[in-house]
Design a protein around this ligand. Sequence first.
Ligand code: ADP
Ligand code: MG
Length: 390
Amino acid sequence: MNARETAIQAYLKRFSELPRYVARAPGRVNLLGEHVDYNDGFVLPAAIDRATYVAFSPASTDLSTLVAADFSEEAQFTPETLPGKVQPDDSLLPEWALYPAGVAWSLGAADLSTPAMQAAFSSDIPRGSGLSSSASIELAFGVAWSTLGGWILPPMQLALLGQKAENRYVGVNCGIMDQFASACGELERLLLLDCRSLEYRSLPLPEDTLIVVADTSVRRKLSSGGYNERRAACEEAVRLLSKDLPGIKALRDVSVESFNRLSYQLPSLVEKRARHIVEEIERTRQAIPLLEQGQTRAFGQLMNACHTSLRDYYEVSTPELDTMVEIAQDLPGCLGARLTGAGFGGCTVNLVVGDRAGAFARSLGPEYERRTGLHPEIYICQASRGAGLL
Ligand code: ADP
Ligand code: MG
């Protein structure tokens, strides 16, 4: 049974009727621009054809009942219990319920109507592996509440309220890329987002290529410490560099040239972290004309360079991610391979010549399993459209 069916069946079982609506919001994979979102850089994600589906109807009282079909669990809240993150019986909301409840909270805080709903949801995005299952839940529920509330927001505004839910209600300090890609995805297109101005547009996916995602099956270790350390190093670099470069607000404002000239002043760890960011932002700048001109091989090389930099400078790779990337880069038809998402586990993203993708996927999995003893999942992905009602 696919995730859409699972959501509908769970709804039917719990509420003894068919849902009135089904909302869908995709996961995403980022092709280039990693860890630059919180440095005001550019990112190049695509929404993928894996998604969260929410089957829902309005509730008759002010009590919302949500069923997590994949966990066979349910949670409830009312407008009164929402701010305290508790259920009407005073028990805490389970962790998974913080995502939809957080969306109700952030929409409410923006004066958007969020009528109570009964809902069941399911997702075929692997959890915690860097494909943004969390943002897809936020956006799917954002669409659900916009349907019941009878209002419409531009997709970027809905994405920002999803991010606010994750930052302020769930308590995860994420950037805007995940929610943006889930909200604004386009069929067979890559997205280019300027994380400073939030301006965005889409770009053609390199012709005759496919995106292959390989899940190392190593779940991201509790990495908030590692993540916060990286963010702090970037801020420290800006602080130190601003003595010579007055007015810079983020590493986005530092060119590779100025960085090379001034980096000797930075403590070596800060220098390494900042070098990744400055060079990665430069790579995304170079990528734009390459994508527009269909220079697929050169684009793939930027992806490879990104992995090396994440491994050696930003140090967010793991032996499993490195192994997956090494195997991929040696396979026929592989144009570029790198870890994707925050790192510390999770997935790699591979750009592969279209008619080689099947063979690539069939070789990559078994070879990874032979070398690591771990069983990976390999997904050939289609770039998909963003969140919406089915
Ligand atoms: P990701 O990279 O997948 O976004 P996160 O750690 O940000 O990883 O979010 C994962 C969390 O989202 C899970 O711990 C769970 O609380 C919630 N989640 C993801 N998928 C589901 C699902 N199918 N059902 C219920 N909750 C889910
Ligand atoms: Mg997430």
